[in-house]
Ligand binder design. Structure first.
Ligand code: NOJ
Length: 523
């Protein structure tokens, strides 16, 4: 029974929560850490929760679904993750989507960000055959959400490319632009009536860098410094194509919005007093965020001039006959410019930057080598989970400000992901603290710095398949029991805390406080 696998939010709050109206505000080094936030989320500010198809759905070969690059990769490399896991079942959302909707409802959020599995709709990738069962799955999910007035925000591509395209070179193949447009047209035709907020691509940088530029993610092409830029290039063009498709053929009747989601770590100088470290930090942001954002959001369009100059020069010194960074035509620059109704931002952590010509583990060529920056994190920052993850709340405010300074306030920022990695536990005080502090930094960016942020989605609704980290690193605000066939979902403290933020539209730093004796992962 689906219902038996959900533990509903409820009286647990009495056990763990303390809630009182409070004007006295305490503060830590980064802002508030006690009392009630002096700022609140405006009425029309979207508070939501996020997932991605491959990480939760499972049912990889059921209901007519085709194979994706991640299925193939995990099946061929069973020891790729630390727990030797796959996403064959994951949180089993394919069968338990009603449980998902129930817990989303319990949170009280207005909007649910999810992605469509391309190969569930088009098992071969191409639109010559549409899989009715796959379509029905998403229809049922959207209907269930609609019953409770929950708005879906749908990502078309969250990394699970149909395998067939990989055999043709994946995103390094210019033809992908056409194929992505075909798929998007099918999705808009099928679901445009109910889905009014779309994102084309999730984190092109992480997908292309890790999957094409290294072996960290599927498809593990290891085409350092070459394939990764081709992937970026065609994925950006595919995004623009689909933006204009929606704009031209679907927006007039459905009146929706469409944009892209970019990932941004914050880059602080290792030693802020050193000019070279400040330059390294700025270079990192230009190479890893502006390389994607400039073509879309800047007034002039195209890759940033500093990025173009750097990769051109290094390519030349390396004896390449032309730049490893492809060129857009004048028409493509125009097509990309302004091709997003919002700036979808995923932010998790901060790194410290100092210049470096070469580091152990870098390849030549590679985007790491092109960027020429050594990354580290402050050992004083809490590190509750994944190896890449440290907690530094001000990095969030700085990221939002950096984007605003570069691209202005006309296009709103929607934070499509933000959340904490740990190694599990229902009493996730560290995650409660992370959300409180990061969300407060976002409020500061909005109210004190004048940044135009219009939405926030917590990553993620429930524990899921965390790519390279399998099920070891957890991001869920609901615990999922992966040992039970029901994949029971149980609220963590962070779910209770987030529900309270959604309900009051403020952050109460004292709503959930760790008991003095808690040995849990408090930060
Ligand atoms: C961003 C990705 O979009 C998501 O799939 C992933 O789980 C989170 N980062 C956490 O690593």
């Amino acid at each position: 029974m689906q219902s038996s696998s959900v533990v509903v939010l409820g009286s647990a709050i009495l056990l763990y929560g303390l809630s009182w109206p409070c004007d006295a505000r305490g503060s830590d080094a980064y802002g508030l850490d006690s009392g009630l936030s002096n700022y609140s989320f405006p009425e029309n500010f979207i508070l939501g929760v996020s997932t991605a198809a491959f990480q939760i759905e499972g049912a990889w070969n059921e209901g007519g679904r085709g194979e994706s690059i991640w299925d193939k990769f995990l099946h061929e490399h069973p020891t790729y993750t630390p727990d030797n896991s796959s996403a064959d079942v994951a949180a089993d959302s394919y069968h338990r989507f009603k449980d998902d909707v129930r817990i989303i409802r319990d949170l009280g959020v207005s909007t649910y960000r999810l992605s469509i599995s391309w190969s569930r709709i088009l098992p071969n990738g191409t639109d010559n055959y549409i899989n009715a069962e796959g379509v029905q799955y998403y229809r049922n999910l959207f209907d269930e959400l609609a019953k409770y007035n929950i708005t879906p925000m749908v990502t078309l591509f969250h990394w699970d490319l149909p395998q067939m395209f990989m055999d043709l070179g994946g995103w390094t193949n210019p033809e992908m632009v056409d194929y992505f447009e075909d798929y998007a047209r099918v999705a808009f035709n099928l679901f445009g009536d109910v889905v009014k907020i779309w994102t084309t691509i999730n984190e092109p940088h992480q997908h292309c860098y890790n999957g094409y530029g290294t072996d960290y993610f599927a498809p593990a092409l290891e085409s350092y410094g070459v394939g990764e830029y081709l992937c970026d290039h065609y994925i950006l063009l595919a995004h623009a194509r689909v933006y204009h498709l929606y704009d031209r053929e679907f927006r007039p009747k459905y009146k929706g919005k469409i944009g892209i989601t970019l990932d941004a770590f914050w880059a602080d100088p290792l030693d802020p007093t050193k000019e070279e470290d400040r330059e390294a930090a700025e270079r990192y942001m230009m190479m890893n965020l502006a390389r994607y954002a400039n073509p879309i959001y800047s007034a002039e369009g195209d890759y940033p001039a500093v990025v173009r100059a750097r990769i051109n020069t290094i390519s030349q010194l390396q004896g390449f006959p032309r730049s490893r960074l492809p060129y857009f035509t004048a028409q493509e620059i125009e097509d990309l410019r302004g091709s997003s109704d919002f700036f979808g931002l995923n932010h998790y952590t901060t790194f410290l930057m100092t210049p470096s010509r070469m580091e152990k583990g870098w390849r030549v060529p590679s985007s790491d080598h092109d960027t020429g920056v050594r990354l580290s994190q402050n050992p004083a920052w809490p590190k509750p989970g994944a190896e890449w993850f440290s907690v530094y709340p001000p990095g969030f405010r700085k990221t939002i400000n950096w984007i605003t300074q570069k691209y202005g306030t006309k296009v709103p920022i929607i934070v499509t992901e933000n959340g904490l990695s740990d190694f599990g536990g229902i009493k996730d005080y560290a995650r409660v603290s992370y959300f409180n502090k990061y969300m407060y930094q976002m409020l500061l960016a909005m109210y004190e710095d004048g940044c135009n942020v219009q939405g926030y989605f917590a990553w993620t609704l429930m524990d899921d398949f965390e790519w390279k980290d399998g099920y070891v690193s957890k991001f869920g605000i609901y615990h999922v029991d992966f040992t039970s066939p029901e994949r029971t979902r149980t609220p963590k403290l962070s779910a209770l805390n987030y529900r309270e933020i959604v309900r009051t539209r403020r952050i109460n730093f004292d709503y959930i406080v760790p008991p003095k004796t808690a040995s849990s992962n408090h930060i």
